[in-house]
Design a protein around this ligand. Structure first.
Ligand code: ADP
Length: 171
């Protein structure tokens, strides 16, 4: 059965790391969409102020064509797919992960606030509905443990779920 799974979440929640582990375990193909947006110029403009690219969803869909497997990116839930896996992380831990990765204090803080406000989860639920969303908390967990959960979600061994975490205390 071909299935299209988008692995999304605020930057720093572990999508890149976890998607590689899941690919090893399941044999599914993984597209690291942010790299492709940059390399294949799948954007409409550069947002200089936020040091980011404005993704061109139509161009991305057409570049992907008929696809199956996993597409990972904090924007992947904007695509058509069969299910969305949303990684979550407590904003304090997220901020620490992003700072460790070399992001600026402002960028780390902006992403942590977005995570506290459930921005990506809400967008994914709006688009996919609660029956096709699998929210997985990565806080205080290893990438291997998170990958176990993602595999369970993909293989139908986990019930869809959304809204289980509450990070509002961060704000
Ligand atoms: P994303 O692709 O969502 O931006 P990454 O996979 O690049 O996230 O991970 C961001 C940072 O957090 C990396 O430095 C990575 O090593 C670390 N990381 C990823 N998953 C975990 C985890 N479960 N626990 C602790 N650190 C993690």
């Amino acid at each position: 059965m071909t299935r299209r799974i988008v692995l999304t979440g605020t930057p720093g929640t572990g999508k890149t790391t976890v998607s590689e582990l899941v690919a090893e375990r399941t044999g599914l193909d993984v597209v690291h969409l942010n790299d492709e947006i940059r390399d294949e110029k799948l954007y409409t403009e550069r947002d200089a102020e936020r040091d980011s690219l404005v993704a061109d969803v139509e161009a991305i869909e057409s570049w992907l064509g008929e696809w199956d497997g996993i597409v990972e990116s904090h924007l992947s839930h904007l695509l058509d797919a069969d299910e969305a896996v949303v990684l979550r992380c407590h904003p304090e831990e997220l901020e620490a992960r992003l700072r460790e990765r070399g992001e600026s204090e402002a960028k780390a803080r902006e992403n942590a606030e977005s995570e506290a406000l459930d921005v990506v989860l809400s967008e994914a639920v709006d688009r996919f509905g609660t029956e096709a969303v699998y929210e997985i908390d990565t806080t205080d967990r290893t990438p291997e443990a998170v990958a176990d959960d993602v595999v369970a979600a993909i293989e139908g061994e986990m019930e869809p779920r959304a809204g289980a975490v509450n990070f509002i205390d961060y704000l």
